[in-house]
Design a protein. Structure first.
Lengths: 367, 367, 367, 367
C-alpha cells in the first residue's frame, strides 16, 4: 500500500522518478465536458520548471507534457486523463558515490529501511521532480475551479529571516510574477533573491514560508471529523517534500490568544453571511465559511548542500562523510509555490465534487 | 461522503454527538489474538473525561465504555470491535437560543451551509465529545503499539504565552500526571493553571500548544508521496477540533535555518543507524528514521466564551448578538492531550500494519 | 484490512456476531434531511427475523433495533447513523463440540486458517445473523431510493428442482407475502414449502435461486471499468453467505445465444429511450439502461444438517466425524430475500450519490 | 468517482481508449525487489493481442508495452509501475455513422446518459481494448504469485451450445495452447472453431463460458463479510465487458442440491487439511480452503454484428436502424481468457498482500 494517490472523487495518481524514463499522473474522476488542452497543463508545469532563473537548479528540463488519454474533441470525456513528462537532461554520474551513503536530510536512508533498496539517482521518487504529478493534477483541478470562479494563489512570504510585508490579494496577484522568488513584497523580494544567491555561492541553502490563498470558495466545503477541509489541506501540504509545518488562518499565533480575540464574529454583508475578521482562515468546524482560505507551510532548507556532511556507510555500517555534487535549488520556496497551488486545487476540486457543488459525471448536467 | 473514518488497514469509524443517545467507534482491521479488555479502553477515556478538575467543564459524564463486538475470550478475534459510550448528563436547555444564531468560532454556520440543518445542542457532532471515538480507537491502537514497545505521549507545552521549559522524555512521563494541566514543567504548570482559572472567572478562554512524542518507532514507516507519515499525522491532528497548526520536528523554525543547520547527520550507534540531532522530528522523506517522532499542534482558545458576541440571525438574515451559556473548558489543551495521543497511535498502528511490521490477520502468526 | 464496509459514498460498516452481545451497522454518507424512524428499519429487520414460520430456525430473536446516532428531530442530520440489535436468545451449549472440529460447508476452518482462532458459537461473525447489518443499511438505502420512486424486490424462484413460473412484477409484488417461502408463483410455492418441511424432518437442507428486480432506475448509473453497476451488484450478492453464483439479465443463457438473439434493440417509447427486450437485465457497459435490473443468485443448501459428516480434529490433526446440533433453516432462500433486497438497495443508493442523482449532503438542496 | 482502479493494496489503475493515443495501467503497491522485465508483460499482452488467428478481429495491433516507471536495475523499487501501449492501427472512419445511433448491446447509450457524450470510435473506453490495462496489472500480479508458486489458468469450456468435456488441470495446461479457441478438449475445440468461423461468415457472433482455475492458494485468503475472496473475484470478472454471470465451484447447480450432497467433508492428507470433494470451488465463508479455486463466467455474444439492427437517433429521438461495420471478434471467449487470468491474478495478489502472505514493502524482508 504505497500512497501515490490523493483524492476520493477527483483522484490523482502520480508516478515516475527523477532519473527514470518519465513522470506523470492519471487523473480519475474529472467530470466530462470540461474544455482542457495540453497547453493548460503546460502553463502550470512551466511555473515549476527548473532552470528558469539563476536562483534555481541548472538542470535543463523542458518538461513538455504529453496527454495520453481522457480528452475527446478538446474536452474531458469522463475517462481517466493521463499526462506524461519525459525526463531528458538526466545526469546520473553525480550520484554514484551516494549508493551506500545516505544523504542527510534526504529520504535515502528511510527509503532503504522501508524497501530494502533505493534509487540513489537524484532522490529517485523522493525527488522534487515527483511534484510534476501534483502539478498535472492541479492544472486539471484549476480548470474545474475556474467554472466556479475559485482562485488559488501561492506566494513566498519568508526566506530565511527575511519576511514579506502583509499584502492585499490583488497586490499579491499583481506582484508575484515580477521577481524570480515569487514574493509579492517589492521591498523584501530583492533582499530574498540576494540572500539566496549569496547562499548558493557558499554551498548553502535556506528555508522559508509559502502561503496559499483560496478565494471565492462556497461555504460548507469539507467533511466533519476526519476529512475536514483544513485537515485535508494540511495532509497534502505536509506531504510535499521539505515541508515541516502547516497552519491555517492565524495558525500558531492562536495559542497565545484569548477567545474574544480569536473568534470571528459574523455579519450580514450584502445579503450574505461573512465573518467580520478571518482569524479562522476561512474554515470553521472543518468546513469552509466562504471567506478566503489561507494556509501557510514551513519549508526547510534544501538538504542538498555542497558542504561535507556526516553520514554512514550502509555496507560497512561505519561512520563516514559525504560531499554532494549535482545541481540543486538553494531555496526551494519559489519552485514549491506552483506545487502548493496545485495541491490545494486538487483538494478543493475533490471536495467540490464530494459535496455536490460540481456534478461528478458531467460538467453541465442541465444542458 | 462524510469523513467519519480514518485509517486504511487499521480503520476507525466514529459516530455520535454531544446530546444524542451515544457516541462510539467501530475499529475494523485489528489483528486477532490481541489481549484487550474494556478496562484498557476505559483508562484512556478517563483521561479525556470532563469534570475531573476545576479547570475543565463541569458536565458530569462518567463516559463508561460498552464493548458490543469484536472480543472473544478476552482477545480480539479479527472482527470489528464496536465500543459505545452513552450520554447521561445532557442539558440541552442552554442551547435553545442557538437555534438560529451560529456561535462565532464554532461550526454551527458551516454545518448549516453544508447540510441545511445543524444540531445546535452542544455542537452536535462538532462537539469535543466526538473525540470519544478517537480515544476508543486509540486505546486499541496503543495495545498494538505495546507489542512493539512503541510509546506515544502528549503533553501541554504552552498555554497563552506561558511556555514550558524543554524537558527530557523520562521527565515528561514522570511529571505529566502531577498536575491537571498535563504540563511536565513543574515551574510553568501552576502558572498555566492559575491563568486558566483566572480566565474562567472572567468568561474568557485561552489557546495553547500540545506536543506529541512517539518513541521506539522502527525506521521505514510511512508511504512516500501522498501518505507520508508526517502528512498522515498532520491530517489527523489538524482534524481535531480547535487545532489551527501542526508542525513536525523543528517545524516553522526550519524556515529560518540554513541547510547545514537543519540537516541531521547520520551516525552508527551500537550497530544501529541514528541521526546525530533530530531536527527532522524522526521523519525523513515522509518515513520514520527510528528517532523519536515529535509533532506539535496549535490549539485555539475554546470558542465558547460567556461574553456577548456578534452573530447573525439565520432566519431574518440580520446582524444580532449572542451570549453563550452552558458548561465549557476555558482551555481545551489538557483534555486534548489524550485525543492527540489516541490520534497519533491510530496513525502509527495503521502504518505498522500497512508496512508489514504487524501481521494484519493474527498477532502472532508463528505461534 | 478486514472487509466489513461496503459503499464509497453511502458507506455501511457492519459489526457483531451470532453469539456476541450485539450486531449492527454504522451508515456513513446518508444525506441530511431524510425522514426516517426506528420503525423503517424494524420493518425490514422483521422480514429476515428467525422463527416467523415453521420453515425457519426456531431461534426466538425479536431483533429489535436501537438507533444510537444520526437522527435529529426525526430526520437524518448528515452524521453517521448507528443502529444496534442485541442478541437475546443465545444458546451456545450446542456448539461446544465444534471447538476443534470445523463444520463442512462452513467457514470454521478458513477462519481458523486466517485468524488463528474462530468463534465456534453459531458461526460467530460468519453466521447468517451478520446480515442484520446489511438489512439496517438497506433499510436506510431504501428510504433514499423512495425519494426517486425506485423499488427493489427479491423473491424466491427456485427451491431444489422446483422452479417458479415467470411472473410479472405486479404479480410478484402482490403474491410474495402470501406464503412463507417468499415465492410469487401460487402453484410452486406450496410445493416448495412441502419440500422444505420434508427435508427438515430428514435432517437435510436444500438450495435455491433468489431473484432481485430493481425498477425505475434512471439510465447512466454505474462506473465504467472496475465499478460497473453489474460488477458492484455481483460483488455484494456473492458476498452474502451461501451464495455460489450471480447472473444479470439472461445470465448464463447468454453463452448459448447468437448476437442477433442477445442484443436488445432500442426504441423510443413515449419520448424515452427503452430497449425492445431486456436480455441485458437493465445494464449495458456496466451502466443502467433505465429498464428493470434483474439479478439472480444461486443459494447453496444450508451447510448445517443433522447428519453425521466427515471432518478433522484440529488438535490431533486426524480424521473424525461430526454431528451438528443447534437450530437451523433447512432452506435459507426465504430469509435471504430481504438481505438481497437490502444489499442491492445499498449498491443503488451508493451509485445514485456517486453519480450525482442524489446530493451527498442534503436531500433537498434547493429547499 | 469513476471506477478505473481495482485493488486495495495491490492497486491497478487503468486508462486509455480504443481510438485514443494510448492505453495502459499504473500499478501501485507492488513490493520492491520483484524481478520483472518488459518481456514479462509483453508475453501476457500477446495472449490477448488481436489478429493472431482467423477467429479474431483483423485489427493489426502489435500492442508493444512501454514501461515508464517503477523498475530500477531490473527489479521493482516500490514505486508505481506505469506501462503504456500506443494505439497504432486505428481506423475511426467506420464509426462515423454511430455518432447519434447507439449500438444495441454496447454501452454507447448508457455512456451518453451518464456523461452527456460518448466516444463513438470503437466503443472508446468501453472497448475491449481497455482490458490491456487489466493484462498489464495481471502480468505483474502473476510475478508475485510465482513467488508462492500459485498458478492461474483460464480456458474456454463452452462456445454456443458446444461444451468441453471435464479435464484434469494438467491436461488443460498441456492442451490450451494447441488451438486458437483456447479450449482444452481436443474433441470440442475444432467444433468450436468451425462454429465461430461459420458465424463470422454470416455476420453473427456467439457467446460462451470461460473457466478460471487457481491452484496452490494458501488457506485463509479473503476478508469476511464484504470483501470475501469469491465476492472480489465475482466483482472483477463481472466487470469485464460482455460478462453476464459468474459462479464459484459448483455454482448454480448448488440450487438443486441437498446439504449432504453439497458439503465437502474435510480430511487430513499428508498432514494437511483438505476437503474430500471441492463443490465449494476452494472457498468457504469467503476465504480460501487451500483447494483449487474455480470460477466460471458467462460471456455474451459480441454485440457488434453486421446485421441490420433496431436503434434510435439521439438527435431526432426517433426509431431508426443501424448496420455496424468495423472489425470485430465473432466470439470474444478466446481473447477474454488472458483477461480473466489477469483479473483473478490481481485479486489474489491483492489479497496475499492484504493478508500478510506477501510483505507489502519488500519481497524478501529477511534478506
Amino acid at each position: 500500500m504505497s500512497g501515490n494517490k490523493i483524492g476520493k472523487m477527483f483522484k490523482v495518481t502520480t508516478f515516475g522518478s527523477s532519473h527514470g524514463k518519465a513522470l506523470g499522473a492519471v487523473v480519475d474522476g474529472c467530470p466530462a465536458g470540461l474544455e482542457i488542452s495540453d497547453k493548460d497543463i503546460q502553463v502550470e508545469l512551466d511555473k515549476r520548471r527548473p532552470g528558469t532563473s539563476n536562483i534555481t537548479t541548472s538542470r535543463g528540463e523542458k518538461d513538455e507534457v504529453n496527454v495520453l488519454s481522457g480528452l475527446f474533441n478538446g474536452k474531458t470525456d469522463g475517462t481517466p486523463i493521463t499526462a506524461v513528462v519525459y525526463n531528458r537532461d538526466m545526469d546520473s554520474s553525480a550520484y554514484e558515490n551516494l549508493k551506500n551513503n545516505p544523504r542527510p536530510g534526504h529520504g535515502d536512508y528511510t527509503w532503504k529501511a522501508r524497501y530494502g533498496l533505493y534509487d540513489y539517482r537524484g532522490g529517485g521518487r523522493g525527488s522534487g521532480r515527483t511534484t510534476i504529478g501534483h502539478v498535472i493534477g492541479g492544472a486539471i483541478a484549476k480548470k474545474i475551479l475556474d467554472t466556479l470562479n475559485i482562485k488559488v494563489l501561492s506566494h513566498v512570504i519568508q526566506v530565511g529571516n527575511i519576511k514579506a510585508a502583509k499584502m492585499e490579494l490583488n497586490e499579491i496577484e499583481a506582484n508575484i510574477g515580477l521577481n524570480s522568488v515569487r514574493c509579492a513584497d517589492p521591498d523584501a523580494a530583492p533582499r530574498m533573491e540576494a540572500l539566496i544567491l549569496h547562499l548558493k555561492e557558499t554551498g548553502e541553502s535556506v528555508g522559508g514560508i509559502v502561503e496559499t490563498i483560496v478565494s471565492n470558495v462556497p461555504a460548507g466545503l469539507g467533511e466533519p471529523v476526519f476529512n475536514k477541509l483544513d485537515a485535508d489541506i494540511a495532509h497534502i501540504l505536509m506531504g510535499i517534500g521539505s515541508v515541516k509545518g502547516v497552519e491555517i488562518g492565524i495558525g500558531f499565533k492562536a495559542a497565545e490568544l484569548k477567545g474574544s480575540q480569536m473568534n470571528d464574529g459574523f455579519c450580514i454583508d450584502e445579503g450574505k453571511i461573512n465573518t467580520r475578521t478571518n482569524n479562522a482562515g476561512g474554515i470553521l468546524g472543518g468546513m469552509s465559511t466562504g471567506m478566503p482560505i489561507t494556509a501557510r507551510m514551513a519549508v526547510k532548507p534544501t538538504p542538498s548542500i555542497s558542504q561535507i556532511q556526516k553520514t554512514v556507510d550502509l555496507k560497512t555500517m561505519k561512520d563516514t562523510e559525504i560531499k554532494i555534487a549535482g545541481r540543486h535549488d538553494p531555496c526551494i520556496c519559489p519552485r514549491i509555490t506552483p506545487v502548493a497551488e496545485a495541491s490545494v486545487s486538487i483538494i478543493i476540486a475533490d471536495h467540490l465534487i464530494r459535496a455536490g457543488y460540481i456534478n461528478p459525471c458531467k460538467l453541465n448536467p442541465k444542458k
